[in-house]
Design a binder for this molecule. Structure first.
Ligand SMILES: [Zn+2]
Length: 236
């Protein structure tokens, strides 16, 4: 149907699905992404390689998990996790990755510590949720618990999840998380890395807020989170 808002959501998911592969955040058809508009969630289908995904393959579900009619494919197996995160947070888009740095970290650590102030863009040190089987209600609950006060969480022996107020922000946070995990691994190669204190992080958060306020006063639009500049949302 021309002008259907769902078509815009489908196009966004196809575009970002291609980026997931290109950026090394998933392989094959692993991981999944979704966008919420009102009471409807558009989510990538189960088992279709991102390189061959078409807009018509994107599935629509309601927030209570009911599939909307005319889905050509099965919604992602992690649909329950996406819906639980929408129910518990302000998320409007969610990116679930199977990216190597976070998976490696998840197998060996309980948390990604703050070795760089950009982690304030995710709310602080990122928790590793305990392992439970993919697609389970228990995984959905574990992800929501690990996300308390954070916009990203790592899932042990599985991957990571990040959310945002739009897909660009959720995606940038997923990239930031992978970059932080890689940077932490590099730091470990030198020995025990120094980490930032809660006070250090609070100071960064306060300064970020102050600068955002200045940007708004200057009439600039807030843009998506930019991982090159410490995770703050930059005017673009
Ligand atoms: Zn997964």
């Amino acid at each position: 149907m021309p002008g259907d808002p769902a078509d815009e959501l489908r196009a966004q998911l196809v575009s970002y699905s291609a980026r997931l592969l290109a950026d090394g955040l998933v392989v094959g058809s692993a991981g999944n992404i979704s966008v919420r508009a009102g009471g409807v969630v558009a989510i990538t289908p189960s088992g279709i390689g991102y390189h061959e995904m078409r807009p018509a393959d994107v599935c629509l579900v309601s927030l209570d998990g009911t599939e909307l009619p005319d889905n050509a494919e099965e919604p992602s197996t992690e649909t329950p996790m996406h819906l639980a995160i929408y129910a518990a947070t302000e998320a409007r888009a969610i990116v679930h990755t199977h990216s190597p740095e976070v998976i490696a970290l998840s197998a060996a650590r309980d948390e990604l510590p703050a070795i760089h102030y950009a982690i304030t863009g995710l709310g602080g040190p990122v928790r590793v949720a305990p392992y439970v089987r993919f697609g389970s209600a228990e995984l959905a609950a574990a992800a929501v618990k690990a996300l308390a006060g954070r916009s990203a969480a790592i899932l042990r022996n599985h991957g990571a999840v990040a959310y945002g107020l739009d897909l660009a922000q959720a995606y940038d946070r997923a990239l930031l998380l992978e970059w932080l995990a890689r940077t932490y691994r590099l730091a470990l190669s030198y020995g025990q890395p120094a980490t930032l204190s809660a006070a250090d992080l609070d100071e960064v958060t306060a300064e970020t807020r102050r600068r955002r306020y200045g940007e708004r006063r200057g009439g600039q639009r807030e843009g998506p989170l930019d991982v090159r500049h410490g995770g703050q949302r930059e005017g673009r």
